[in-house]
Write a protein that binds this ligand. Structure first.
Ligand SMILES: [Fe+2]
Length: 330
């Protein structure tokens, strides 16, 4: 028997629970996809699965998966698709997964193989609720703004990855026309940048959401420069503080049980965690994927990272490999 419980005062996800240990794989896309689009966050509880069964299940919803290469994660599945969460103990501020790169995945999966006996809750917060709970003056000021992510691209990325000479400005313009990044030279160094709306429309919802790297950058990394506003100006501390305060009020701390699976719309929901007491007992598997159920006319279907693992093509655009091949052949 399967029971569903809508979001309520103590949760912000739809809970789908099996009382008799049904197989996770027995759930149908027809049941799950409409609920996921509507609520943006689902909890599956009481279902049976192993690592292979989890991957079989998630592959029905995601066309491909992306790895998070940030440190302190271990590989769980042989293909690297399933990773552990970060194995440290520190608390993490709210963030969408990989919002600091253009190829942010659509769906974040978290599956609990072994729950912490205390602490280590995963934090879950709806970015739509955050955007709608800001002061009206803040919200209207942010609606017209973008966030800008700027990072240096070392010369080796061009010379070693692409096999080309240090790029001149014409080459940077050419690469920028196909890459999700714009490459710019400043003081003899090359930087890549991309922008996103400060408050954006999530994949399956008409309402605007907050969801970017700001809180993690400010309150974990201590940087004000990644992201900035689109003109390079610092996002005022007052704005970051208001977003932090509002989101803390709206956050649900999920206490894990063995077999829990969270499926989050990563374009709408943010996640984080409370401090971990014992990383050895907190075993949570993650997968980050691209939704296989976008509408046929969704313009995001043109994004190359939905179809290829080829880092060169994703980073420099679809013809980067031709460029690299040509350069190496000469
Ligand atoms: Fe994360």
């Amino acid at each position: 028997m399967i029971q569903t419980t809508p979001p309520n005062g103590s949760s912000n996800y739809l809970s789908i629970e099996s009382a008799d240990g049904a197989l996770l794989e027995s759930l149908s896309e027809a049941d799950i996809i409409p609920a996921f689009k509507r609520h943006g966050a689902l909890l599956f509880r009481g279902f049976r699965f192993d690592l292979n069964g989890l991957s079989q299940f998630t592959s029905r919803f995601c066309s491909r998966f992306v790895r998070n290469e940030s440190g302190r994660r271990s590989q769980v599945s042989a293909d690297g698709t399933t990773q552990s969460v970060n194995l440290g103990t520190e608390p993490f501020p709210l963030h969408p997964e990989l919002s600091r790169v253009p190829w942010r995945p659509d769906v974040a999966w978290f599956a609990c193989a072994s729950p912490p006996s205390a602490d280590g809750e995963t934090l879950v917060c709806d970015g739509v609720q955050i955007a709608e709970s800001l002061a009206e003056t803040t919200r209207s000021a942010l609606l017209g703004r973008d966030v800008l992510y700027t990072e240096e691209t070392p010369m080796g990325a061009f010379t070693e990855w692409l096999g080309i000479a240090p790029p001149d400005d014409a080459m940077l313009t050419r690469l920028s026309s196909e890459s999700p990044f714009k490459f710019q030279r400043r003081d003899g160094r090359i930087f890549r940048e991309f922008t996103r709306p400060f408050l954006h429309r999530p994949l399956f919802c008409e309402r605007k959401a907050f969801g970017n790297f700001l809180l993690f950058a400010r309150y974990m990394l201590g940087t004000q420069k990644f992201p900035t506003f689109e003109d390079g100006s610092i996002i005022p501390e007052k704005v970051a503080e208001e977003i932090r305060e509002v989101s803390e009020r709206l956050t649900v701390a999920h206490r894990w049980r063995t077999g829990d699976v969270l499926m989050l719309d990563n374009s709408r929901f943010l996640h984080g965690r409370n401090g971990v007491r014992d990383p050895a007992e907190r075993q949570i598997w993650t997968q980050f994927g691209y939704a296989a159920f976008l509408e046929e006319d969704d313009p995001r279907l043109a994004e190359p990272w939905r179809y290829t693992d080829d880092a060169l093509s994703i980073f420099f655009g679809p013809h980067a490999r031709d460029l690299a091949g040509t350069a190496r052949a000469v």
